[in-house]
Design a protein around this ligand. Structure first.
Ligand SMILES: CC(C)(COP(=O)(O)OP(=O)(O)OC[C@H]1O[C@@H](n2cnc3c(N)ncnc32)[C@H](O)[C@@H]1OP(=O)(O)O)[C@@H](O)C(=O)NCCC(=O)NCCS
Length: 231
């Protein structure tokens, strides 16, 4: 593979994945190791020049749809989503009851995004990207791991609050949990909401979770909710 002739690659013709893929960045994909960041792929000993061309393809990393509701789509993330995730997490009011209860830096969001990518690859579930019908970020929602339990969580862009978005997502995630909880040991579905976070508690109740007690969680006094009848 002669890099001088191949880069920049003519991606539209090579990926063959339709028009939507133009929004996603080009990557080198090792047939053994999957997508590789371009600099690390090139810096391997001998670069790509001495390698069998059959080991590499040029493609695009795409978000994969996990579930859809009437208005929203939940997808996996790509590294290029960092900017919008960091923006969501930079708003003090949005972050008041989330994680450490304060706005987060771009570096913290980078670490968080890395953990989402890792969890998705390792176990197939994480907190996913929530988008509207035009693909714009609405928030993030899904599951954290909590011992052997799944912990339901959601954070919605502030200008979208009060439109039933979190309720729509939470109910869809409860369905997803039930449909993806078949193998023993089955997981419980839990959620924590700060006692004074009344909108979030209402969202959980509307998604059929029931209040089971109190706990300190991330330094906040929280109400615990559980999906009854599980595992
Ligand atoms: C909490 C949050 C997810 C709610 O999202 P949302 O899309 O606005 O929620 P919805 O519109 O689906 O539903 C909110 C419900 O709370 C109710 N509600 C709103 N303010 C309320 C209040 N002060 N007291 C009681 N209920 C309230 C609404 O009426 C609605 O219930 P209804 O459908 O029965 O009328 C959103 O505010 C958010 O992202 N906050 C920041 C992150 C966060 O706190 N995440 C949860 C961590 S546990």
């Amino acid at each position: 593979m002669r890099l001088g002739r191949q880069f920049p690659p003519r991606l539209g013709k090579q990926s063959g994945e339709g028009r939507d893929c133009r929004r996603f960045p080009a990557v080198l994909i090792s047939r053994q190791r999957g997508p590789q960041r371009l600099p690390s792929a090139l810096s391997r000993r001998g670069g790509l020049r001495n390698r069998s061309p059959g080991r590499w393809i040029i493609g695009r990393v795409q978000r994969r749809t996990v579930l859809s509701t009437q208005r929203l789509t939940l997808t996996t993330w790509i590294e290029e989503d960092l900017g919008e995730l960091a923006l969501l997490h930079s708003d003090p009011e949005t972050m008041r009851y989330v994680r450490l209860g304060r706005p987060e830096s771009r570096e913290e969001s980078r670490d968080l995004l890395a953990s989402y990518l890792r969890e998705q690859a390792d176990r197939g579930w994480t907190k996913w990207r929530v988008a509207d019908q035009r693909g714009r970020l609405v928030g993030r929602a899904g599951f954290g791991g909590h011992g052997r339990d799944r912990e339901l969580g959601y954070t919605i862009r502030r200008d979208m609050w009060g439109q039933g978005v979190a309720s729509e997502i939470a109910q869809a995630l409860v369905r997803w949990h039930r449909e993806h909880n078949g193998t023993a040991p089955r997981m419980r579905l839990l959620a924590y909401a700060a006692l004074e976070n009344l909108p979030s508690r209402r969202v959980l109740e509307k998604a059929d979770l029931v209040f089971t007690g109190h706990a300190e969680h991330n330094g906040m006094n929280c109400a615990i909710y559980e999906l009854p009848g599980e595992p």
